[in-house]
Write a protein that binds this ligand. Structure first.
Ligand code: THU
Length: 160
């Protein structure tokens, strides 16, 4: 038996003002997308903005449903829309912001496991890393150079 250690590297910015200008404006788009979240049940709204290689920005927000599992996260709303509208166009960067209506959210909120798996599908197919930035309503911003850092031991098409 041997021990295997898995390491991931992330970068933490103290505030949105510290990230590059292009990311600040992408994050702004994520903030406005979050305003359009439909989250009457959880009162937790999430916005995501994607920068594609063709320069387009695609946004998404979480969309809930009275039948709870039928709702969809912001990240998947955005990434599936990108895949549907611009198939075979690389996704370069993703900015995510999340916040609750019932408490303040000042720490970075990472994408959930299901969204990581969905993003992985696109990253694996395009063979180019997707840079991911995530934050709460305010405060620190975390950067991952690739989805792979957020989902070690990914399950992908190579095993099928
Ligand atoms: N949510 C997202 O939109 N993205 C995530 O990565 C985690 C959770 C949404 C789903 C649901 O509408 C609400 O946040 C509470 O879970």
């Amino acid at each position: 038996m041997k021990e295997v250690k898995i390491e991931s590297t992330l970068y933490v910015f103290n505030a949105i003002e510290e990230v590059p200008d292009t990311i600040q404006s992408l994050m702004k788009q994520a903030f406005s997308a979050r305003q359009k979240a439909y989250a009457p049940y959880s009162k937790f709204s999430v916005g995501a903005a994607l920068l594609l290689e063709n320069g387009e920005i695609i946004t998404g927000s979480n969309q809930e449903n009275a039948s709870y599992p039928s709702g969809l996260c912001a990240e998947r709303t955005a990434i599936y829309y990108a895949g549907a509208k611009y198939p075979n166009t690389k996704i370069l960067k993703m900015a995510i912001t999340a916040g609750s209506q019932t408490k303040s959210t000042n720490s970075p909120i990472p994408p959930c496991g299901a969204c990581r798996q969905a993003i992985a599908e696109y990253e694996v197919n395009q063979e180019t890393p997707i840079e991911i930035y995530f934050m709460g309503e305010t405060g620190k911003v975390v950067k991952s150079n690739s989805l792979a850092n957020l989902l070690p031991l990914v399950f992908d098409k190579s095993v099928l």
